[in-house]
Structure formats: C-alpha cells, structure tokens
Write a protein that binds this ligand. Structure first.
Ligand code: SIN
Ligand code: FE
Length: 288
C-alpha cells in the first residue's frame, strides 16, 4: 500500500470513523490546504532570496535558547528570521492542539528549520540525498522509544510546489530490507556513546533504522521500481507526517518551513503501529 495523502480542509465535517490520529499513525500524510500563516512585509525577503550561509543544508533554531544556526543577513534580518521560526513553532503547536488533541502534552517540539534552497541543486552524498526514498533516522541523535512527527509548510512565493515522492507502507518495505541488515552490537553501541559519537546509547531500533535508511538510499533498483507516487505540495499548504514511518523523498522546490516534534511510542493511540513495534513483530522478538 502506498502512503495516502489525506486532505483536511478547514471547516469540513470530521471524516466519519477514521480520526486524523488514526490516519497519521497508519502512515498517512495529513495535508492542510488552507491554514493561515502570513508573512509580514519585512519577512517577504526571506522568500525572495536565501538568508543562509550555505554551509549547512538548512537554517534552524536549536535548544532552549532557540539559537539561530546557519543564517545570513544583517543582525536585524537574522533576528527577524529567528522570530519567524519561533512563530512557525507556535503555528505547529496550534496545529497539534487543534487537530491532534490526543497528543497534547505528550509531544515535545524540537528543531525548527527554514529551507530556502532548491532541493535537487545541492550536490550531496547518497546518504544525505533526500531525493531518494527513505525513512528519517538521525545518526548522532538516538531516538529510542520516540516517534518523529514533522510539520512542513511550503512558503514559496513564485507558485513553485514542494515536490515529494511517497513510497510503500513501512511493513512491506521492512520485509524486503530487514534480512539484509547487519546485526546489532550492544558493545559497539556503548562504545559510540562513550566516545560521544552518539548523544545517547544507540538502541537496536536506532541501529535498524540507520541501516534501513542507508540500505534504502543505496538500492537504486528499489528507488526506481518500488511502489511510489509523486505528490505536489503547493504554496500555502501545510502537511504533517510521521517521517520515521512514511517513506518519502523530496524531489524539488525551495522555501519551506519545517518543525520536528517527538512523541513517545507509549503516547500513541496505538503503539503497535509504531516502526518500533512493526520491526519487533517482523523479527519475532522484542528489540534490545
Ligand atoms: C526529508 O525529510 O527527507 C526532506 C523533506 C523536504 O525537504 O521536503
Ligand atoms: Fe526525510
């Protein structure tokens, strides 16, 4: 099954028995066509040219202090860009409050990013090439018993869509790739943490997700032939998905905002639909 895109227009009656949380946990991308997030006249400049130092992939705010990283511009412009990202964080928080109230108080908001560069113009290694279908996994930041929920918004002013591909469901993908992955070593996980290569101990789940991420991106045959569908997110659209569950690739577009959030597996409506539990079921044992 290919991940469905579920449109959620403002004011439409709730769609019967399936709640948004149910669709999301089942691997859908929720697409909100008409949420308001206006830019001020001063902020228009951020969608006219990239305010980025070009060293990192994106500009983002990090940590409690929300320190701006990777930005370019005058101090006044950088302060305004930081304020824009903070406002987007609030917008994402409101979206969760309004549309995913079951997660209220359980979700932690992490990084917020401004992505001004054209996706496919960046020359990246295969591992960092997000045009290839993948699920998200962070090499230095073990996720453990958390889910990665992401809230994206296309803020392009020239009508240019964010072009994505979405792939098949996580379970079907895992069945093909699990047999190829190297075994987990608790000893090397401890070593990576001791050497501060990882910020915490890499669990077996983290190990599997990293190797899935790499195996998927390296398999050009799979990239070309696996079940998949093109999706266009037009300017003004906002979309939300579990990017650790939904196979995706970003094929084109520039100027986007993104908020990352973490949700404990135990806070899901149905924890059995998490990649953590799907992988354990496929392996026939609990993960280490
Ligand atoms: C990704 O998470 O793979 C990138 C999404 C995007 O930049 O549109
Ligand atoms: Fe991704």
């Amino acid at each position: 099954m290919i991940s469905p895109i579920v449109s959620v227009p403002t004011g439409a009656p709730p769609s019967g028995a399936t709640s948004l949380v149910d669709a999301l946990e089942g691997g859908a991308v929720l697409m909100f066509p008409d949420l308001d997030f206006p830019l001020s006249p001063f902020e228009e400049r951020f969608v006219e040219r990239p305010f980025a130092d070009g060293k990192a992939k994106n500009v983002n705010i990090r940590g409690e202090a929300a320190t701006l990283k990777g930005a370019a511009g005058t101090p006044e412009e950088q302060a305004a860009l930081r304020a824009l990202l903070l406002r987007y964080r609030g917008f994402a928080d409101d979206l969760i409050r309004t549309h995913l109230p079951a997660y209220l108080g359980r979700v932690t908001l992490a990084g917020t990013s401004y992505r001004p560069f054209e996706v496919d113009q960046r020359k990246l290694s295969w591992r960092r090439d997000d045009t290839r279908l993948h699920v998200d996994a962070f090499p230095s930041n073990p996720i453990g018993e958390k889910r990665i929920l992401r809230i994206f918004r296309n803020i392009n002013r020239d009508g240019q869509p964010r072009r994505w591909r979405v792939g098949e469901d996580f379970g079907s993908m895992a069945e093909k790739f699990l047999p190829r992955l190297p075994g987990y070593s608790p000893l090397s996980a401890r070593l990576l943490a001791a050497l501060r290569i990882t910020k915490a101990r890499r669990s077996e789940y983290d190990h599997l997700m990293l190797h899935l991420h790499d195996a998927l991106k390296q398999d050009l045959d799979y990239q070309a032939k696996a079940p998949q569908q093109d999706v266009l997110f037009t300017p003004g659209q906002t979309w939300v998905t579990f990017s650790d569950l939904v196979m995706h690739g970003a094929m084109g577009g520039r100027y986007m905002l993104e908020q990352t959030a973490y949700l404990p597996v135990a806070a899901q409506a149905d924890p059995e639909r998490s990649p953590q539990r799907i992988l354990a079921r496929k392996l026939g044992r609990p993960l280490q």
